[in-house]
Design a binder for this molecule. Structure first.
Ligand code: GYE
Length: 329
């Protein structure tokens, strides 16, 4: 009998413990903040670093359950992802938009479902700015202006300020803020310098493969250029490959000047080796920034509508091996 009671007690204890465990897990799960993140794609090293930063920051240990969607560079996939997040009734939607326009309707749907939306990286243009809570990203116009100013200075130093300058402009995804603003900086500079000319604008879509093909075809027509203004590092890698194959000197002193955006480690290494003349930094490490914005909202605070991150630039004269080694993207 005693044995029986003991057994029953043991069984009860085990059941109680199991139930507790279940409840603990449930409570813990309840506490996780559910975030749906619609990412542009995986078109560049910058993007991969951005995805890594976002997934690392929005992890369970930090109190988040992340639902990640890769839109593979298509806006319709992003619209679909957002509608899925709404259906799943997530707590927050984070959107890294491929382009600026086309978001009004879907964000209205998020609003109707009372889900706050945070925009990261590129910006959106919506009639009603209250359709999103907050944006964090880069000042892409300032980045472009940094590149243009560096070019002006370089030409002046070399006594070429008055000489004709043929610029090959490789553009990022059409309609993305990073494309619009980096292009605007160059267009404005060309207007201000009668001796500068954009010989072609190539739609490189931020990928190495597309840029390589376009630059290869362009060069095969025997066109001559003095500068490549490439709106991200991966497109610079593609352009460099095409220049190399065409036997055209680039980088360093006397070659076609290569101006690049992002400043990922591989590009910095190229800059150190004199293959790229200027790397304008664009910081992809937005994960902790987005996590902090969400925590602010959780605490009932109202975060800033727009947050610009600090950035710099690197050229062969200022870059060191230590900087390249210390680069975390
Ligand atoms: O420059 C490029 C990426 O929007 C800042 O997108 C981002 C850009 C970045 O694919 O490499």
């Amino acid at each position: 009998m005693k044995k029986m009671t003991c057994l029953v007690c043991l069984l009860l204890a085990v059941m109680l413990l199991a139930a507790c465990g279940q409840r603990d897990a449930a409570v813990q799960e309840e506490r996780l903040i559910r975030v749906g993140f619609s990412q542009v794609g995986s078109e560049s090293d910058w993007r991969m670093a951005n995805t890594a930063s976002m997934t690392a920051a929005l992890c369970e240990e930090n109190g988040f359950e992340l639902i990640f969607d890769n839109a593979k560079q298509r806006q319709e996939n992003q619209l679909l992802a957002i509608r899925n997040f709404i259906q799943q009734d997530v707590d927050y939607i984070v959107l890294a938009p491929i382009a600026e326009s086309g978001w009004d309707d879907v964000l209205q749907e998020a609003r109707d479902a009372k889900i706050p939306v945070i925009i990261v990286d590129r910006q959106i243009s919506v009639e009603d700015k209250s359709l999103y809570t907050s944006w964090v990203g880069s000042d892409f116009l300032a980045e472009g202006q940094t590149a243009v100013r560096w070019l002006e200075k370089k030409l002046a130093e070399e006594g070429r300020a008055e000489e004709p300058l043929r610029i090959l402009h490789i553009q990022g995804t059409d309609g993305a803020t990073a494309q619009i603003m980096r292009s605007r900086a160059l267009d404005e500079a060309v207007e201000a310098h009668p001796e500068w000319e954009i010989v072609a604008k190539l739609p490189g879509e931020y990928t190495e493969a597309k840029s390589y093909e376009l630059v290869r075809d362009f060069l095969s027509r025997g066109e001559e250029i003095d500068v490549v203004y490439s709106e991200n590092d991966n497109m610079s890698f593609g352009a460099i490959r095409a220049l190399e194959e065409a036997g055209i000197a680039y980088g360093g002193d006397g070659g076609v000047l290569i101006l690049s955006f992002d400043a990922v480690r591989e590009a910095l290494q190229d800059c150190l080796e004199g293959k790229i003349n200027l790397c304008v930094e664009c910081n992809p490490l937005h994960g902790p920034r987005v996590a902090a914005l969400i925590q602010q909202l959780e605490a009932g605070e109202q975060p800033a509508k727009e947050t610009y991150v600090d950035e710099t630039s690197f050229s062969s004269d200022t870059l060191t091996e230590e900087i390249v080694r210390a680069r975390d993207y």
